[in-house]
Design a binder for this molecule. Structure first.
Ligand code: UDP
Length: 233
């Protein structure tokens, strides 16, 4: 059976979160899990230009995911790639579930996700940071979105694969998921590899439990910032 050196199979890497890290932005956050660090900045809702793109019935959400050139040891070429466009799109869809864009006619909410350091699970860390940044921007939301990668390494079902596990010689499957923890609705589910139906069920269960832990950290971090601000007023 596959074994981890320093954590249990159902244990995510150590997590850390912060909000309000980019003063210029309307909302911002950092989410760190192990050696993966994501930052997110939110601008808006603001008027959407060019004007012909405006819709008087509802606004749009625009998500841009990017990895810094120095986020992995082999330099990443700056600028959009097929991978970054795909991750921007799936992150946008994952976050859309928590917003009601009809509240923002003719407007855009811009979300920028930057990966400072990557050791797998960057799309999930990016979504966690982005949903906190949306809340920090004061945008009304149905719930936060929490995300984690689950999957299989060798013969073991695991949560939060790192890069070494993703590249495991005995074979691995990576299944990133995102959800709104309060109602349990899943807004991102991808899979790179193969797993049986039974394994998927077990992995989803692990994912749900870990998303609940992430959710607590996200809420606590937001509350801490605003409690301090209220106390200082
Ligand atoms: N990665 C890399 N170079 C790249 C893209 C990715 O080294 O150009 C690494 C990085 O550590 C990333 C991991 O591969 O986190 C897994 O990438 P994947 O596309 O599966 O997305 P992620 O798990 O980061 O959401």
């Amino acid at each position: 059976m596959y074994k981890r050196k320093s954590r249990k199979l159902d244990e995510p890497r150590e997590m850390e979160a912060k909000v309000g890290i980019i003063k210029r932005a309307d909302g911002s956050a950092m989410f760190k899990i192990g050696n993966t660090i994501a930052m997110a900045a939110v601008y808006g809702p603001r008027n959407l230009y060019p004007k012909f793109m405006q819709n008087p019935e509802k606004g749009i959400l625009r998500v841009n995911y990017n990895m810094f050139s120095f986020s992995v040891s082999e330099r990443i070429r700056p600028g959009p790639s097929r991978r970054s466009k795909e991750i921007s799109l799936v992150s946008e869809n994952a976050l859309l579930s928590c917003l009601n864009l009809e509240e923002f006619p003719n407007s855009v909410i811009d979300v920028y996700i930057e990966i400072l350091q990557a050791d797998a699970g960057t799309r999930c860390a990016g979504i966690c940071a982005a949903s906190m940044a949306l809340a920090d921007a004061g945008i009304p939301m149905r719930d936060l979105v929490s995300a984690i990668s689950v999957g299989k390494v060798g013969d073991a079902i695991v949560v939060d694969l790192d890069k070494e596990e993703e590249d495991y010689e005995g074979g691995s499957t990576d299944m990133p998921i995102a959800m709104m923890p309060r109602n349990g609705k899943i807004s991102l589910l991808q899979m790179d590899g193969n797993m049986s139906k039974e394994d998927i069920k077990k992995a989803l269960e692990l994912g749900r439990n870990t998303c609940n832990k992430i959710y607590e950290l996200q809420k606590r971090t937001l509350k801490e910032k605003y409690m301090v601000e209220v106390e200082n007023e």
